[in-house]
Design a protein around this ligand. Structure first.
Ligand code: ZN
Length: 415
């Protein structure tokens, strides 16, 4: 057992202090990317990082970096962090836990006067949620070269304000170039946002990777007709066709093992009148699987059922794939380090695959990365009721501490 311990009460106090910024009556937070509350939260984070002796930098995407120097000046930093922005009715731990845990790691290294070989760097990413500005994970995406900087700065909210303008308004349009700098590795603690760890009574989820995703817009077009005089076999009912497609897609997920997901979360029916046979239906399909071949199999189920329905129901089809995001595998060494880190502190562990997007997924494209999941109550997230206990928060933070320290104090390989 490793008896090094983070200060869990200080971690909790920081989480609760941060949760006051943008607090909602139901116990959540409303802290949209680059709004006044995000501004206040950023200022508080920067103040805390400076008080912990870190040098703070901000890049042109508003990503915040706070570095605790290592013995080796030339070494790239071991990074840890997450995001402080929230959904409109978000919880107080999604994102904030990863940032506050990284801060607690630095504070603990200070308390214990531990020198690390590599610098340890906290990072707070801009616009992870994708709620005010789409897409999600914008700051880390630009950092990892997934989107160009001009694209990131040019994204607009519903009122037409751009990321670039809002960064200037709140004073977080930094001077530093985005990405391109050397990163030794990246670790992120996050609430699971699902029910598996809690259901199985596991303390820490060792995240081995993230599912691949395929998103589609489907339009089926038939013919509107009077609900009374039109016999069933003479209809071109677009909604009936949609039901068959949705049923097949859902079944393909159930048949594809416990890690497959299919969701139809959005649908429009035209003309949406109770006594008119629906002439047109548009709906979304979201397919997820950790194995790209299985995901491709689910994709062919979708296209085959669409073709069958259009033949048999005499419908017209529009099938548009919005994006294909391949599965991510986190770095084996970082994953192993996270597992050891949790076990060393006596936590029960289980390998998990992230079903959601996270900054760490983009970071894995530019640096060896790993993630730590902790259970959240009822698996509920993106909800003001989102909750974890002090013990759960500290299990995630202690695991992060062990992993970061292990990585930052490993022997430097000759370049
Ligand atoms: Zn998050």
């Amino acid at each position: 057992m490793d008896n090094t311990r983070i200060d869990r009460h200080r971690l909790w106090a920081s989480l609760m202090e941060m949760a006051k910024i943008g607090a909602t009556p139901k116990g959540g937070v409303h802290r949209l990317a680059l709004d006044d509350d995000d501004w206040t939260a950023r200022d508080l984070l920067v103040q805390w990082c400076r008080e912990a002796g870190c040098s703070v930098r901000v890049d042109k995407m508003g990503n915040i970096f706070a570095r605790r120097p290592g013995r080796s000046v030339a070494a790239a930093p071991v990074m840890a962090g997450s995001h402080l922005d929230s959904q409109p009715t978000g919880g107080k731990f999604d994102g904030a836990l990863g940032v506050m845990a990284a801060l607690e790691v630095i504070r603990t290294l200070n308390d214990l006067r531990i020198d690390t070989e590599y610098p340890v760097e906290l990072v707070c990413w801009t616009n992870e949620e994708g709620s005010r500005f789409s897409p999600a994970m914008l700051g880390s995406g630009v950092f990892a070269g997934v989107f160009p900087l001009v694209h990131g700065l040019g994204m607009t909210d519903q009122d037409g304000r751009t990321v670039g303008e809002e960064l200037k308004r709140i004073g977080y349009a930094g001077r530093e170039e985005v990405g391109g700098s050397d990163v030794d590795s990246y670790f992120e603690v996050h609430i699971e946002q699902g029910p598996i760890l809690e259901t199985e009574g596991i303390d820490v989820g060792v995240v081995t990777g993230a599912v691949g995703q395929r998103w589609y817009d489907v339009t089926l077009t038939g013919q509107e007709a009077h609900a009374g005089p039109t016999p069933m076999d003479m209809r071109r009912d677009a909604l009936l066709g949609a039901c068959e497609v949705i049923d097949a897609v859902y079944r393909s997920a159930v048949d594809n093992g416990p890690d497959a997901r299919a969701t139809v979360g959005h649908m429009r029916v035209y003309p949406n009148s109770r006594n008119v046979v629906p002439g047109r239906v548009t709906f979304s399909v979201d397919l997820r699987h950790p194995d790209d071949n299985e995901l491709a199999r689910m994709d062919s189920v979708l296209s085959e059922i669409c073709l069958k329905v259009l033949r048999e129901r005499k419908l017209e089809l529009g099938l548009h794939q919005l994006f294909h995001f391949p599965p991510t595998e986190f770095d084996a060494e970082c994953v192993g380090l996270v597992r050891d880190a949790a076990e060393r502190s006596g936590y029960s562990v289980r390998d998990v695959v992230s079903g959601a997007g996270h900054d760490a997924i983009y970071m894995q494209r530019v640096a060896p990365s790993g993630m730590i999941f902790v259970p959240c109550e009822g698996g509920i997230s993106h909800n003001e009721a989102e909750n974890i206990s002090l013990e759960v928060a500290s299990a995630g933070c202690q695991t992060l501490f062990n992993a970061v320290l292990g990585r930052a104090n490993r022997e430097r390989r000759a370049a």
